[in-house]
Design a protein around this ligand. Structure first.
Ligand SMILES: NC(=O)CC[C@H](N)C(=O)O
Length: 356
């Protein structure tokens, strides 16, 4: 069946429908990872977005246990070519069936390079995926222009707390849409990880006496998370060590009076160079974000930039002054992508006093 991707600027791509045939409107973003399509598909930070994979062949090893959450999260999935014959000794099914099962529409067979060039030049925009051949641009384009994603953290966070047993430091992980490998990376280092729903109060977290608090990644505009930001102010005021990734990093900055803004087309991929400003050393990082902290709005008495993106100079991490708190915009948990910065989990454990 034919499917159409209609962009807010009026461009229409015609391809083949994959997964659900439902019509959706979403923010269209691109990911340049050359491996790890399944980790991208199951990263909860893509909730509220339709993702374009720039790597041209997707799905060749099908669905395997390499999932970052229990289900795929994007509103839509856009690929050049979808493998018709997934093959791997761990393969449990095809992307097609996975998308259909979760009622997620997609489109294959379009020129994803041309599409990505448009998104790079004009910036991220909204789009529609539809199988309706009689679509009417005059009706659709105004709808695309006014569409907004809203609060998506509530959709992806866990509904109740969950514990991963360990004999080392006790970490409270706030789940704003956490990728599995954050808890796994801590647990593999001996930590006992308690995963809390996003709206857990600071009092409840601090009442459990954790050795450290981990703030996770998550979807949407950080400024939508007003209630969570209020709780983070209380966590900041405690003396408990805090490490935060991506959305968690943005929320901690907002809780401390800094501002965030939406980037033209964001950073999503597995090859983003970030520089540690204290050593000058560059790490290649996995990334997935559309918003960024404005360092100009940061009070230097509260936090200082610790990492910067080598490509565009945007902020990639903060060190809080006089506090055991550091936060990063990139993904030390990788999945997919390079593991260069996984040492940051060890640094967090050191900050908590180390595992005896
Ligand atoms: N991966 C994330 O945590 C993304 C954070 C936020 N939703 C952004 O797009 O910037």
């Amino acid at each position: 069946m034919k499917a159409f991707l209609i962009l807010e600027d009026g461009t229409v791509f015609t391809g083949t429908s994959i997964g659900s045939t439902r019509e959706i409107i979403s923010e269209i973003v691109f990911n340049t990872s050359m491996t790890g399509y399944l980790e991208v598909l199951t990263d909860p930070s893509y909730a509220g977005q339709a993702v374009v994979m720039t790597y041209p062949l997707i799905g060749n090893y099908g669905i395997t246990p390499d999932m970052e959450s229990a289900r795929p999260w994007p509103d839509g999935y856009i690929v050049r070519e979808l493998s018709r014959m997934p093959s791997n000794f761990r393969c449990q099914g095809s992307i097609q069936d996975f998308l259909t099962k979760h009622d997620i529409p997609g489109i294959a067979g379009i020129d994803t390079r041309a599409l990505t060039k448009i998104l790079r030049e004009k910036g991220t925009m909204n789009g529609m995926i539809t199988t309706n051949e009689n679509y009417n641009l005059d009706e659709i384009l105004p709808k695309l222009k006014e569409y907004t994603t809203g609060n998506v953290v509530d959709k992806v966070t866990c509904s109740e707390k969950n514990v991963l047993k360990g004999s080392g430091k006790k970490v409270a992980l706030m789940d704003f849409g956490a990728k599995n490998n954050i808890a796994k990376s801590l647990n593999a280092r001996g930590c006992e990880v308690t995963i809390y729903p996003a709206h857990t109060s600071a009092e409840e977290i601090l009442g459990a006496n954790p050795d450290g608090i981990m703030l996770s990644n998550g979807p949407g505009d950080p400024k939508e998370c007003t209630a969570i930001i209020e709780e983070l102010k209380k966590l900041y005021a405690s003396d408990v060590p805090i490490f935060a990734i991506c959305l968690g990093h943005q929320l901690m900055a907002l809780a401390n009076g800094a501002d965030t803004h939406k980037m033209k087309y964001g950073h999503r991929g597995g090859n983003h160079p970030v520089k540690d400003l204290s050593t000058g050393r560059v790490y290649i990082s996995s990334q997935n974000h559309g918003y960024v902290v404005d360092t100009d709005t940061l009070d230097p008495k509260v936090a200082k930039p610790a990492f910067v993106n080598v490509n565009d100079g945007t902020n990639e991490g903060l060190e809080y002054v006089g506090k055991n708190i550091f936060t990063v915009q990139f993904h030390p948990e990788a999945c997919p992508g390079p593991q260069d910065s996984s040492y940051l989990f060890d640094r967090f454990i050191q900050m908590m006093g180390g595992n005896q």
